[in-house]
Design a protein around this ligand. Sequence first.
Ligand SMILES: [Zn+2]
Length: 62
Amino acid sequence: MIAGRICPRCGDSMIRGQSEGMFVGWREDGMSGATPTIKYMCSGCGYIEERAVNSKYLKKLK
Ligand SMILES: [Zn+2]
């Protein structure tokens, strides 16, 4: 878990969202995969950033 994230727009602190999303896509080698994503919201300006939990190693779709 990443603690103490800072908003890239206003420099305020960002709050980790409770709900996880899912990114699904195709890698360059043609393998499809998915990885969960987590959203962070800035408590100052409301900017929302969504990040993949594991961006390099996509899980194979079953
Ligand atoms: Zn902000």
